[in-house]
Structure formats: structure tokens, C-alpha cells
Design a protein around this ligand. Structure first.
Ligand SMILES: *Cc1c(COP(=O)(O)O)cnc(C)c1O
Length: 506
């Protein structure tokens, strides 16, 4: 027993063993029962075992005790709570191979391994999928998720905008990475650093907090009657404030409503013009919205337009474990500024981590991102893009939008529910503006307070709650590769119908 972990056979059989573990059927219930949750919690080891339970007993414990205490989450197409995505079969299998191969992708070593080539190729194929020119986005890497990417984006923006301010008064390069934020701002002659955004995701405030920009320096510059959109005159006013450096953060799209901060190319061109005039950086948080760029059909005209021009940004955040439907933990980051990357992220003076003389343009991930040792998280992305191609991904997203719009139409026609965050006065217009998120509430205020809990206790579908205009609201986020309007819509309408029926009977 004590030698088990040194047994080479165990490693040889690992990949077969792993795939046999994970072929679990999709549970009908999206949430575990109270009993299986209690059992799972009770079953946990209370302290570290001295001699260990051994491999087979441990695996039994995981599968039979802990497993039933886990919600289906993104394994179920009926889980609409958060934008969680799922895992395509190609991505899920590749993810198990990642564990079996157990690579560390931190230094680009072209004579020893192909890992960094796989990462770079996956990122350039992803560029093509998102209609971005791979040549224009040389600073690119996979991250732990969109939060990690937003931290990288604001860190690059911070480095850039302070250097731009400094360039006005001095020839020396002023680097926050080198000097620290206080000294760099002092040398650049600025005393304020701000992030200007509309309805930013919470992780953007978190990034500002981590980076010494400050959550209070994330300023809302939205229109009163359209809180997802920029108030351009107000934005210009804030950019002009003397002694201030700014990052413009574009929410594309917003997580409660799926609405986009910009309406089209013209608006992005105006943001670009202002950013260039005031030395600002444009960061797009496109965690799931950036995938709108896959769409081509006239039915998706408003989304296609909203995504046009996002390529004018300096940096882009995207999520892998959401609409790309690869396993956790995977996000991606792109920036046009190759030279900024090592100024912020260089892992300096570690001779043992040197690349040797690589003749290609691939930068070592440890010098351009947050981590040193890194999982080979590029492989599931590479596998899934290779397996399904751009047509496969477009068709996947079209099915998700078809379902969310069918739900929205059902709610709009209903006497008991109300569709929220509608754009336009006509029904067709409102439906035509919906991406893959549907925000709604029950018209009866008392029922509305309990709505999310009642949906959850149906255990047939899962939704999450939020607030809209000061009142509770419910949110559908359709993001799973399995989404299918014929199979899923009847389940959704049945649950929503039953909730109203039983409320009225009460
Ligand atoms: C989900 C999300 C994030 C955070 O992503 P994680 O992958 O959870 O780190 C950031 N921005 C937006 C718009 C999101 O939807």
C-alpha cells in the first residue's frame, strides 16, 4: 500500500481509468436531494488518515458518497443559473488527457516540447473563430478564467496609460512593473488612475482592487435610460480631467441582461478616437459576449452589429469555460501590445527558466501572464476547435440563442410573467435583441419574491436570481452545447406554468 504512488503500472493505466470514471449519465435532477447532500457532507473525512484508505476505497468514496452531493451544473442542459457552459465531448476527453500527460506549460522550449506551440495554435484558431486577425494579437495566452484575464487586461492598461502620460513630459520609459505604481505615477505627473465603464462585471472591480487602482476608481459612465450603454459626452469629460490616466472597459456583454455596451462600429471608432486622444487603453470584457462575433444570420443582426468594432480594442477578455464549452478552468486573453507584456509580467533573473534561443515569435507564458507553472489548458480548446470547427461552434451558439429567444417569447406572451431589460417597443424588436440571457420576473410581487426558490425546488431546471430596478428578478442563461429548443422549451414552460398554478391554488 505505501508504495502505491510509486507504482508505474498505476500511471500507465491512468488514462483508461480516468475516462471510465467520467462517463456519468446526465442526471435528471439538476440539484442533489437533501438526503444525498447530507450524506455527502457526513461522509467527508474528519481528519487526515494516517495510513490512507487506498486507491479503490477512495475512488468509491468519491463516486458514491461525494458525487451524489454535487449538482449537475454544466453537465445538464437544463442548468440555466449562471453562464456556465458545459464541456463538449472533444474538450472533456482532451481534458482527461491533460491530466494523463501532466505537462507544465510555462517556458517555450521548442526543442523539447510542442506544448507552447499547441497553446499558440489554439489561440490563433480561436482568433479566427472570433474574426480577429491573429497577427494583430501577439500577446495572448490561456488563463484560469475571465477574472484572471480581466486582471491581466487592467494590468496591461495600467502599464500603458501611465507610460503614455509620462511620455508627454519625459523621454524615459516609466514602467509600473519596474518602479511600482506610486513612483511611476509620480514620474508621469499624474495623481489619478480611473477605469471608465458601464455595468462592469464584479470581477473588473476585483481586478481594480488587486492592482492598486481601487474599486472606487471604477466609474460608471452609463446613460440614465440605458445603463449598459456609454454616455459619450460624460466619458469625454472624465478623460479630459488633468492629471488623470484612464482605462476604458467595454462590457460586451453585460452579465445580467446579455446587452452590449456599444451598438456598432461607429461607437467603437469614437471610443478609439477618444482613447488615442487622451492616451487611454480600451479593454473589452467579452467573457461570453465576444462569441457574438461567430454569428452570421440576419436574425442576429443586432448582436452582430454590437460586436462589430470590438477589434479596435487594446485588449480582450474571453472565457473558455462558458460559451466555448471547455472544462473549468479556462479563460483567454488577447492584447495588441507585445512589448507591454514582459514589462508587466516578466519573471526576471531566473536563468534556469530561460527559453534558449527560440527563433519563432512565441513568448514564454511565464513572462506574459500571472502564473509560472501552468496546466496544459490549451489542449481541450485545441481539441474542441479541431473537432467542431467554426461551423460547429456557430451552430451551437445559434441553438442557444434559439432557445433563449423562445423562452423570451413565451414570457412576453404570458399573463403571469414579465420580460425585463427589453430593447425597443415592439415584441419582434425585443426578441431580436436577445442574445443568450433572458431576464424576467413574475407579475405578482409576492410570487416574485419566491420565484427563484420555487424554480430551484422543481429540480427540473435551475435558474439564478438577481435584482432589476430594485426588485428581485430571475435570469436564464443558455450556454450549454447540448441546448435544444424542441427538448428543452417544454420542460421550461411546464415548470414555469406549474409554479403559477400552485401559487394560485394556495
Ligand atoms: C463570468 C464573467 C467574468 C468572470 O469570469 P470567471 O471565468 O468566472 O473568472 C467576467 N466578466 C464577465 C462579463 C463574465 O460573464
Amino acid at each position: 500500500m505505501s508504495n502505491m504512488i510509486a507504482d508505474p503500472e498505476a500511471f500507465n493505466n491512468l488514462s483508461t481509468a480516468i475516462s471510465s470514471l467520467t462517463t456519468s449519465p446526465i442526471p435528471v435532477n439538476v440539484l442533489p436531494t437533501a438526503e444525498s447532500l447530507a450524506h455527502a457532507r457526513e461522509s467527508l473525512q474528519t481528519s487526515l488518515p494516517t495510513s490512507g484508505l487506498g486507491l479503490s476505497e477512495t475512488i468509491r468514496h468519491l463516486r458514491e458518497d461525494i458525487g451524489p452531493g454535487l449538482p449537475a451544473s454544466s453537465r445538464s442542459p437544463n442548468y440555466y443559473g449562471f453562464v456556465t457552459g458545459g464541456s463538449t465531448p472533444a474538450a472533456a476527453l482532451a481534458d482527461n488527457l491533460v491530466t494523463a500527460y501532466d505537462q507544465n506549460v510555462q517556458v517555450h522550449l521548442p526543442k523539447e516540447t510542442v506544448t507552447s506551440n499547441v497553446e499558440d495554435r489554439a489561440l490563433s484558431m480561436l482568433c479566427e473563430l472570433l474574426k480577429l486577425d491573429p497577427e494583430q494579437w501577439p500577446h495572448r495566452l490561456f488563463t484560469t478564467g475571465a477574472t484572471g484575464s480581466n486582471i491581466i487586461g487592467l494590468a496591461c492598461g495600467r502599464e500603458y496609460v501611465i507610460a503614455e502620460a509620462s511620455a508627454i513630459i519625459s523621454d524615459a520609459t516609466t514602467s509600473v512593473g519596474e518602479l511600482g505604481i506610486v513612483e511611476a505615477m509620480h514620474r508621469a505627473g499624474i495623481d489619478k488612475l480611473q477605469v471608465l465603464s458601464t455595468a462592469p462585471h464584479s470581477s473588473l472591480l476585483k481586478a481594480a482592487g488587486i492592482l492598486g487602482i481601487g474599486r472606487a476608481s471604477v466609474k460608471d459612465v452609463s446613460l440614465k435610460d440605458a445603463p449598459h450603454r456609454f454616455d459619450l459626452p460624460q466619458l469625454k469629460k472624465l478623460l479630459e480631467v488633468p492629471g488623470t490616466a484612464s482605462i476604458i472597459a467595454v462590457s460586451a456583454s453585460e452579465v445580467n441582461t446579455g446587452l452590449f455596451a456599444t451598438a456598432g462600429l461607429g461607437e467603437m471608432q469614437e471610443l478609439r478616437r477618444l482613447a488615442d486622444m487622451y492616451g487611454a487603453w480600451i479593454h473589452v470584457d467579452g467573457a461570453f459576449g465576444i462569441f457574438g462575433r461567430l454569428l452570421t444570420s440576419p436574425a442576429h443582426k443586432s448582436i452582430i452589429e454590437a460586436c462589430t468594432g470590438l477589434e479596435l480594442a487594446d485588449s480582450i477578455t474571453g472565457d473558455g469555460h462558458k460559451l466555448l464549452n471547455v472544462p473549468y478552468d479556462c479563460g483567454f486573453f488577447y492584447s495588441k501590445h507585445r512589448e507591454i507584456a514582459p514589462r508587466v509580467f516578466a519573471n526576471p533573473n531566473a536563468a534556469y527558466l530561460s527559453t534558449g534561443l527560440a527563433t519563432d515569435s512565441i513568448m514564454s507564458p511565464l513572462n506574459i501572464g500571472l502564473e509560472n507553472s501552468r496546466r496544459f489548458r490549451a489542449l481541450p480548446v485545441y481539441a474542441s476547435l479541431t473537432a467542431y470547427g467554426s461551423d460547429g461552434y456557430r451552430e451551437m451558439l445559434e441553438r442557444q440563442i434559439e432557445l433563449s429567444r423562445a423562452v423570451a417569447e413565451h414570457l412576453e406572451d404570458s399573463d403571469d410573467y414579465e420580460l425585463l431589460a427589453k430593447i425597443g417597443s415592439k415584441k419582434e424588436e425585443a426578441i431580436g435583441n436577445i442574445y443568450m440571457i433572458v431576464l424576467f420576473r413574475a407579475k405578482d410581487d409576492e410570487l416574485n419574491k419566491e420565484l427563484v426558490d420555487r424554480v430551484k425546488s422543481s429540480k427540473k431546471i435551475y435558474l439564478s436570481g438577481t435584482a432589476w430596478e430594485g426588485r428581485p428578478a430571475c435570469r436564464f442563461a443558455v450556454s450549454n452545447w447540448m441546448s435544444d429548443v424542441k427538448r428543452d422549451l417544454p420542460i421550461i414552460t411546464e415548470v414555469l406554468g406549474e409554479i403559477v398554478e400552485s401559487w394560485k391554488r394556495k
